[in-house]
Every structure is written in C-alpha cells, then in structure tokens.
Design a protein around this ligand. Structure first.
Ligand code: PEP
Length: 258
C-alpha cells in the first residue's frame, strides 16, 4: 500500500511572534507545489499559534500542530493548555509524548496515554512520539522500551480514531544531536512498530498508519531515510527552523513517491 508521506516541523521553544509569522509565510509559499504529494505540518510555540493560523489561512495545505497539551478540558491546572483549547485556536493536531516532555518534564507512559485519549476525543490528529535512550539501546532494550510506549498508548485509541493516530519513532540519542539513526536502524524499528499494530488492529489499519522518523533529519539524510519501506516521512526539529532546509526535506519526501 502506498502511503502519502508526511513531513512535520517541531519548532520547539524557538521563535518570537514575528519570527514565527515569517517562517510560516516562507514555508507556506515554498511548499505549494508539494501539497498534493506530501502532508505538511508545523508546530509553533503556543503563543504563536493564533497568528500562524492567521498567516496560513483557515484552509491551508499546512497543518497547524500544538507541541503538547493537558488531558483535562479545563479547571484548576495553572500553566497548562488543554487539547480543546488547541482545537479552539485552530490546531489540526498535536504532538504527544515528545522525548523532551518525557525526559525533561517527567511524562510517564500513563500520562502520555491519557493525553492520547483526550486529544483524540477532541478530534485532533495525534503524533505520538516514542523512542529509546542511548543506554536503553546499548543494553539491547530498544524494542522492549518502544513496545511498552506503544502498547500503553494504543490502549487509549478507539477504533474510530485510528486514522487520526500518527506514530513518530524518535530515538532519544538522535534528537538534536546531529546523530541520525541509519536508514536500516530506523527501518528495523518502524517494521516492528507496524508489525505490533498489525497484531493488535484487525484489517488493513497497520498498512495505513503513518510512521514518521525523527532525530536529526536534514536535507542530506532525508532521501535515504524516505527510501525505506516503513518510513513514511519525518518529524523534523532543528532543520524545520530554516525554510530552505525544511522545504528540501519536503521535496525529498515528494520525490520518494515517484
Ligand atoms: C524533534 O524535535 O522531534 C526532533 C527530531 O529534533 P531534531 O530534528 O532537531 O533532532
């Protein structure tokens, strides 16, 4: 089955309002010709979401994503932003369980699962991020860790929401480090993830699910990663902050379809 590649940019904690608007404008302009072949998305900081939505327009070939959310719709949760509020400001989707959330802010598999459930109930597309640390890989525990992250989150995905779930395999040791997993290393885990989904979900759901790779993807390594059978695109951090490199990665994704 051919799956439409997806390339999503995670802007992390970068960019003022003005810088976000300029970046969104440049990406929207530079990617028009790829819209038919590639699903594109950007995840700005919360404070830029409303303005980036305005720059992109209500109907855009670029999806607007939140970087995180809280599983309760409202209440006494100072400092948090709920998935329903993300939806209210025009987000199409949201990252859940990014490694920086798990490792710097202590998010557990249980909390990530609750977030997946709440975000899907709100109607958002969920990009579920998972991946092993360097020590877990060195101890030969990569699949044990990734399988547990996947299982505990999939439990929260009702059949009606399956097509709104995207998986991003992001080995922690490759995020922001300049060390990319080799295409073979990434493909191996992607195939295991798809196999696990095949075991759990009946029908052709596993063939349809989009599995992105993330971890120092750039305009030089994207083509080889996208040539792998189970790699359906990328979640891009650093290289999504420069329009030229992000657009080159999107171009590589569109060419992987030819
Ligand atoms: C990310 O933030 O999800 C990411 C993969 O970052 P980078 O591309 O900078 O490694």
């Amino acid at each position: 089955m051919t799956r439409k590649p997806h390339v999503y940019g995670n802007w992390k904690l970068h960019n003022t309002l003005n810088a976000s608007e300029e970046l969104a404008e440049a990406i929207a302009e530079g990617t028009k010709n790829y819209a038919e072949k590639v699903n594109i998305g950007v995840a700005p900081v919360f404070t830029s979401l409303v303005n980036v939505r305005r720059i992109l327009g209500e109907v855009s070939h670029i999806k607007l994503l939140g970087q995180n959310g809280y599983p309760k719709p409202n209440g006494a949760f100072t400092g948090e932003v709920s998935f329903s509020l993300l939806s209210d400001v025009g987000c199409d989707g949201v990252l859940v369980g990014h490694s920086e959330r798990r490792h710097l802010f202590g998010e557990t598999n249980k909390l990530v699962g609750e977030k997946v459930e709440s975000a899907l109930q709100t109607g958002l597309e969920v990009i579920l991020c998972l991946g092993e640390s360097l020590s877990e890989r060195e101890e030969g525990r990569t699949w044990e860790v990734v399988e547990e992250q996947l299982e505990s989150a999939m439990f929260h995905v009702p059949p009606v929401s399956r097509e709104k779930l995207i998986i991003a395999y992001e080995p922690v040791w490759a995020i922001g480090t300049g060390k990319t997993a080799t295409p073979q290393q990434a493909q191996e885990v992607h195939a295991l993830i798809r196999g696990k989904i095949r075991e759990s979900w009946l029908g052709d759901a596993a063939d349809k699910v989009i599995i992105l790779y993330g971890g120092s993807v750039n305009d030089k390594n994207a083509k080889d990663l996208f040539s792998q059978k189970d790699i359906d695109g990328a979640l891009v951090g650093g290289a999504s902050l420069k329009p030229e490199s992000f657009i080159s990665i999107i171009q590589a994704a569109s060419e992987s379809q030819q």
